[in-house]
Design a protein around this ligand. Structure first.
Ligand SMILES: Cc1cc2nc3c(=O)[nH]c(=O)nc-3n(C[C@H](O)[C@H](O)[C@H](O)COP(=O)(O)OP(=O)(O)OC[C@H]3O[C@@H](n4cnc5c(N)ncnc54)[C@H](O)[C@@H]3O)c2cc1C
Ligand code: FES
Length: 254
């Protein structure tokens, strides 16, 4: 059940590539928070009226802990990047549908591009807690865009592609040699062309695949219809039906 919660900023850490990690805490009781869900953040004094949708990078509802990994994109996220320890922010939490949890015996591949890696940390952490160590393939432009490598390596076997070849394999995630392995389930979040490439790969091989869409949003609760996605079952609100979709429900292969 979603609720509005005031969180206190415990840390706001610049982690590189224009991204920052917000570590938040609340004494309020939090509802269950699942990997793949997102929050809607109120950003005050930034001239932005609408809350901003941000993925849940990590959460521990029992301890009142929430972490957000944010890339500066415009006015709202720029303002958020300067929020200081001790300040409060109001957050609508949790929103949307979660990733489907794989079975213990599944060989799982996560593919992230840019700040699309944000929800994959919490997902990988929960999987590890359940005895599944996923493979995580991350695509960036160059070595300088790689962030939180140490943190991600604790919850996944990590592989990288860089477009300029400065780290890992040169090219895009869709070209990485790890895709030669056999996977039972693939989950991806990042730029749409990358997700479409991974979805095409999964479709060709008949592998279960979920993608996390980042359509432009406003209300986050299915009321304004500004986030609709054309699916095989008609137009669906990404904020309530998604952001996680099975590729078989999308029209990407048509
Ligand atoms: C489900 C979901 C999860 C997301 N998770 C993350 C995350 O974990 N970390 C992260 O850094 N970003 C995430 N985003 C993107 C983030 O919401 C936008 O970057 C942010 O809203 C931009 O706000 P702004 O005021 O800084 O930029 P603006 O000045 O408003 O715009 C800058 C750019 O951001 C896009 N944008 C603006 N408002 C929205 C909006 N409401 N929804 C989507 N895009 C928007 C604009 O089209 C423009 O290209 C997510 C988006 C969605 C839909
Ligand atoms: S953001 Fe309003 S309906 Fe999805």
């Amino acid at each position: 059940m979603k609720k509005l919660v005031d969180f206190n900023i415990e840390e706001n850490i610049a982690v590189g590539a224009g991204c920052f990690l917000l570590k938040l805490h609340t004494d309020e009781q939090l509802p269950e928070i699942l990997p793949g869900q997102f929050v809607n953040v109120m950003i005050e004094d930034a001239g932005v009226l609408l809350r901003r949708p941000i993925s849940i990078h990590y959460a521990d509802a029992k301890k009142g802990i929430l972490e957000l990994l944010v890339k500066i994109a415009g006015k709202g996220t720029e303002k958020l990047s300067h929020i200081a320890k001790g300040e409060n922010i109001n957050i609508l939490i949790p929103l949307g549908m979660e990733f489907t949890m794989p079975a213990k015996e599944d060989n799982v591949l996560l593919v992230g591009g840019g700040v699309g890696i944000a929800p994959l940390y919490y997902f990988a952490k929960v999987m590890c807690d359940n005895g599944i160590k996923p493979t995580l393939l991350i695509g960036t432009r160059s070595a300088g865009d790689i962030i939180l490598k140490e943190k991600f390596s604790q919850v996944a076997d990590l592989y990288y592609t860089t477009e300029d070849g400065s780290y890992g394999e040169k090219g895009y995630p869709t070209q990485h040699s790890v895709l030669l392995n056999n996977f039972d389930k693939i989950y991806t979040c990042g730029p749409t062309p990358m997700m479409k490439g991974i979805a095409a790969y999964a479709n060709k091989k008949g592998i279960f695949c979920e993608v996390s869409l980042e359509n432009k949003m406003a209300c986050g609760i299915g009321a304004c219809l500004c986030c609709v996605q054309d699916t095989k079952e008609g137009h669906k609100c990404v904020c309530t039906t998604g952001p996680v979709f099975n590729i078989n429900d999308l029209k990407w292969q048509n």
